[in-house]
Write a protein that binds this ligand. Structure first.
Ligand code: ADP
Ligand code: ADP
Length: 224
């Protein structure tokens, strides 16, 4: 079976984490979220966590060198040998170059970049209603995907909280940062012929079905 090296691209709140959670059950490849990795470092008060924290709280990007080193190490682990789903990385052209370099040294390449497209007006509503569980970061939305019991994670019973960077003033900055620094990656990957666009405004199940169909097509194309 060929490798499945996938990138989920899209603005904050587009549904990348929600889809990654579902895709993990479909394909036996690890889900690698740089946001989750950074939050674990902040929680564990590691040196990286201390360096990253102020940037994250302000909705700014953590410097490329820190992120690139963190991801390079993660991709070398055995479980990523047959593929991976990257969520939240790359977020700058420099990060994309670093990933290309690392993969090509291993004679690997990006299979596809799935752009989950959602307009800013929807994103503000999604991010301000997002709630995550403290234990594993499972995602909910107070309107669109409420838990069975208010404030409690359906999957592991832990408490649901609002992320500090999901407050309105930080949301606005994150969207600005996305448009300035991350959106150029859309053209970058389009030029490489690996970009696939997904309408992220539909409900999460439709988005998931669409992504699975795209991946099935890619696999057929790779096997011809
Ligand atoms: P990202 O990882 O791209 O920042 P999330 O997956 O955390 O985005 O989704 C942001 C919020 O929007 C969450 O509260 C999630 O429950 C909700 N959400 C995700 N996908 C959809 C969808 N297709 N329709 C409506 N709400 C969604
Ligand atoms: P989102 O809901 O915006 O998809 P993430 O969980 O991916 O949020 O990221 C949260 C924060 O972590 C970002 O605002 C940023 O400060 C930092 N971060 C995550 N991934 C990266 C990255 N690839 N490069 C720089 N900073 C990152």
């Amino acid at each position: 079976m060929s490798e499945l090296n996938l990138i989920l691209l899209g603005p904050p709140g587009a549904g990348k984490g929600t889809q990654a959670e579902r895709l993990q059950d479909d394909f036996q490849v690890p889900f690698i979220s740089t946001g989750d990795m950074l939050r674990a470092n902040v929680k564990g008060a590691t040196e990286l966590g201390r360096e990253a924290r102020n940037y994250m709280d302000a909705g700014e990007l953590v410097p490329d060198d820190l992120i690139v080193a963190m991801v390079a190490e993660r991709l070398q682990e055995d479980d990523a040998e047959d593929g991976f789903i990257l969520d939240g990385f790359p977020r700058t052209i420099e990060q994309a170059h670093a990933l290309d370099r690392q993969l090509s040294e291993l004679s690997r390449r990006v299979t596809a970049v799935l752009l989950i497209d959602v307009p800013d007006s929807d994103l503000v509503r999604r991010l301000s209603g997002r709630r995550v569980c403290v234990k594993a970061g499972h995602n909910y939305h107070i309107e669109f995907d409420p838990p069975k019991h208010e404030g409690v994670c359906d999957q592991d019973g832990s408490k649901l909280i609002q992320r500090d960077d999901d407050k309105p003033e930080v949301i606005r900055n994150r969207l600005r940062v996305y448009h300035d620094q991350t959106e150029p990656l859309v053209d970058y990957y389009d030029e490489q012929g690996v970009l696939r666009k997904i309408d992220g405004t539909r409900d999460a199940t439709d988005v998931h079905d669409h992504i699975r169909a795209v991946i099935a097509t890619l696999r057929l194309e790779e096997n011809v």
